[in-house]
Design a protein around this ligand. Sequence first.
Ligand SMILES: [Zn+2]
Length: 123
Amino acid sequence: MELIKIRKELLDYLLQLARDFYPREFAGFLRERAGVFEEVLIAPDPHFGQGSAFFNTWMLPMDDSIKGSVHSHPGPNPWPSRADLNFFSKFGGVHFIIAYPFDEKSVRAYLSDGSPVPFEVVE
Ligand SMILES: [Zn+2]
């Protein structure tokens, strides 16, 4: 598997969204171009509960360039909840979780089976 890449501008924007939404969570879908995550689409109707965000899979945009998701956790725990894992497994792709305090060190990426995966931030 190729190394997962995310554009620094996008990551900075996601960190800002996480801070802006705090203490609520935000959730979005990530669009990839040429192997790099470049853009976020804020989920129109994320379902929030159990201290974690997950998505209404019936609301998934019909868009081949969407290869993952992102959501924030208002606490310091970056690990996926059971609801997160359920969503990851349905959607496939790569899933970022941004935990409090929403800096680069508090970002984790997971594969659809919930296993953590390294990623590279590219300029
Ligand atoms: Zn979560």
